[in-house]
Design a protein around this ligand. Structure first.
Ligand code: SF4
Ligand code: SF4
Length: 476
C-alpha cells in the first residue's frame, strides 16, 4: 500500500490507483463529467483537477498515486480553475434547463451552482448546432447541450461494442454523431447512454417531457426480463404529487426504469428490455375471479378451488418461474404434499429479441428459474398420465396439451383467453404490488419492493396457498 495525504488527512492507496479513485473512496468530493469508473480515462473535461504540493494543478483522473504526495481537492486555486472551466463549457451551451429532462439530475447544473454561479462572460452569440437528432427510435441527441465528454462514444466502443457513435469535425465544430455504417437501434444496451450523459444531450423518447424528476421517486426492484435479474429502480409519482387532473392509472404507473447499481449482478448497466418494464407490468390486468368464465367474488373462487383440490386423487401443478422465492416456499409449505409439481417456463424468447451475450443478457427469459428449480426440481414440465386436477400458475402453458378431462385451476395476472376456459380462475398480484426475492442464474438472491397497491379483487399468492390448504369445514 502507498500512503498519501489528501486535504491534510493521511490515506492508504493501492499503487495502481489514481488520485481521483482514492479521493472518492476516501469521501472527498471531486466533480467529474467525463470520468466513469467503468470506462477508459478520457481526461477531457478538466473538472477533476486538484492541486498537488510542488506540482501545481492537474487532473486527478489520470494521476497515479505516489508515496507522500500532498493533494488539495478544494483549494482556492482549484475552485478558481473549476469556475473557469464551467465558463468555458457553458460558452455555447443553451442553458435551457427549464425544458430539459435532465434538470434535477444534471451535473452541469449542479457544478455551475457549486463553482460558478455567474452568467456567461462572453458577449458573442452562442454557436448553434443540431437539435432533436434522431439516433434511434429510443434516443434523441441535442448537440447544443453536448459538452463533448465522450462518455457515450466510449460506452459504445468499450461496453456495448456497437461502435454506433463517433465525433465529427474538429475544434469548436466538433459534434457527436451516429457512425455512418452502424446503427444505435441495433444496440440492446443503448439506453444506458441516457444515464451516462452527464447533461441533457441524450434524451429518452419514452420519457421525453413526461415528468420532472423531482415529482418522482424510485422503488428498488428486479427486472424479470431474463435470468440475469438485474436490479433496477422503478420510478413513479411521489404520493404528494398524485394529481387530481390525472386518472388513477396515470398517477400510479411506471414513468421510467433505471439501473440500480449492483456489482454482484449487473454493475451499473441494464439492457433496453429492462427499461421497458411498463410493457410487461402494465399489460391489461385480470382483476376478476371466474368459474368457467362466469365472474364471481374472489372468496367464492377460492372455495371452489379448495373443493377441487380436496376432491382430487392425483392433483398436479405447473409452477411459475416468475414467482418469488417467498411465494414458491408458500406453495411448497401449504400444498407441496398434495401436488405433483413441475416447473414450467412462463416466457420464451420473442422473435428478434437478443438471445444471449457476454455482457448481461441471458437466454432464459424468466427471473426465477433457479429459485423454482431449487424447490421443485429441474425435470421437464410434463404431467403424470393419472393427473385428475391441474393447477397452472402463471403464463406459458399450452392448455391443449393438458391431461384430457382434468379440471383446471388457473392463477394468472393478465387478461388472456385461457382465463375464461379454466374451471376456476384466480387473478394474482404482480411484482410491482408486492415484496419478494428472486434467485438469478448464478445463485445471487436480490430483493424487489412494492411500488403500487394491489386491487382487493386480486389475490396475493402467499395468502392464497395458505387458504387453499385449509380444510373445507374451516373454510365454510
Ligand atoms: S452526448 Fe452526452 S455523453 Fe455524449 S459526449 Fe455529449 S455530453 Fe458526453
Ligand atoms: S439483462 Fe435481463 S434482467 Fe437485465 S435488464 Fe436485460 S432483460 Fe432485464
Amino acid at each position: 500500500m502507498t500512503e498519501l495525504v489528501i486535504n491534510g488527512k493521511p490515506v492508504q492507496a493501492r499503487a495502481d490507483q489514481t488520485v481521483l479513485e482514492v479521493a472518492l473512496a476516501s469521501g472527498f468530493y471531486v466533480p467529474t463529467f467525463c470520468w466513469h469508473p467503468q470506462l477508459s480515462t478520457a481526461g477531457n473535461c478538466r473538472m477533476c483537477l486538484v492541486e498537488v504540493e510542488g506540482r501545481g494543478l492537474d487532473i486527478a483522473c489520470n494521476m497515479p498515486v505516489s508515496a507522500g504526495m500532498h493533494v488539495l481537492t478544494d483549494s482556492e486555486d482549484v475552485k478558481a480553475h473549476r469556475k473557469a472551466m464551467l465558463q468555458f463549457i457553458t460558452l455555447n451551451h443553451p442553458v435551457d434547463c427549464g425544458i430539459c429532462d435532465k434538470a434535477g439530475e444534471c451535473r452541469l447544473q449542479d457544478y455551475h451552482y457549486t463553482y460558478n454561479g455567474e452568467r456567461s462572460k462572453s458577449g458573442d452569440p452562442k454557436l448553434r448546432s443540431h437539435k432533436l437528432v434522431n439516433l434511434s427510435d429510443r434516443i434523441l441527441l441535442d448537440n447544443e447541450r453536448c459538452i463533448l465528454c465522450l462518455r457515450c462514444t466510449r460506452f459504445t466502443h468499450e461496453i456495448s461494442k456497437s461502435m454506433a457513435l463517433g465525433v465529427e469535425r474538429r475544434g469548436d465544430a466538433s459534434a457527436i454523431c451516429a457512425a455512418a455504417d452502424r446503427s444505435l437501434a441495433l444496440d440492446p444496451y443503448s439506453d444506458n447512454l441516457i444515464d451516462l450523459c452527464p447533461v441533457g444531450a441524450l434524451q429518452s423518447r419514452e420519457f421525453l417531457y413526461k415528468a420532472r424528476v423531482w415529482y418522482l421517486q424510485p422503488t428498488a426492484s428486479i427486472c424479470p426480463g431474463c435470468a440475469r435479474g438485474c436490479t433496477v429502480q422503478i420510478w413513479h409519482r411521489k404520493a404528494d404529487w398524485q394529481l387530481k387532473a390525472l386518472d388513477a392509472r396515470q398517477n400510479s404507473c411506471i414513468v421510467r426504469v433505471t439501473p440500480l447499481e449492483n456489482p454482484a449482478v449487473n454493475g451499473p448497466w441494464i439492457c433496453n428490455k429492462g427499461r421497458d418494464l411498463a410493457r410487461i407490468f402494465e399489460r391489461r390486468r385480470a382483476e376478476q375471479a371466474m368459474l368457467k368464465g362466469t365472474p364471481v367474488a374472489l372468496d367464492a373462487a377460492v372455495d371452489a378451488a379448495r373443493a377441487l383440490i380436496q376432491g382430487a386423487r392425483h392433483p398436479a401443478a405447473l409452477i411459475s418461474n416468475w414467482a418469488s422465492n417467498e411465494e414458491l416456499a408458500a406453495f411448497k409449505r401449504h400444498l407441496g404434499g398434495r401436488f405433483t409439481a413441475r416447473v414450467k417456463r412462463d416466457c420464451e424468447p420473442q422473435p428478434g429479441e437478443p438471445l444471449q451475450d457476454d455482457l448481461l443478457i441471458r437466454a432464459d427469459k424468466n427471473p426465477n428459474t433457479a429459485g423454482a428449480q431449487a424447490l421443485f426440481g429441474d425435470g421437464p414440465p410434463t404431467l403424470p398420465a393419472a393427473t385428475d386436477l391441474v393447477l397452472i400458475w402463471g403464463e406459458g402453458c399450452d392448455f391443449a396439451a393438458l391431461p384430457h378431462g382434468a379440471p383446471v385451476i388457473y392463477l394468472n395476472s393478465y387478461l388472456q383467453p385461457e382465463n375464461g376456459h379454466a374451471d376456476v380462475f384466480l387473478p394474482l398480484s404482480v411484482q410491482t404490488e408486492r415484496r419478494g426475492h428472486y434467485t438469478n442464474f448464478a445463485g445471487t438472491v436480490s430483493e424487489f419492493q412494492p411500488c403500487f397497491r394491489k386491487s382487493d379483487s386480486v389475490a396475493d399468492a402467499e395468502a392464497l396457498f395458505e387458504a387453499l390448504a385449509l380444510p373445507a369445514a374451516v373454510s365454510a
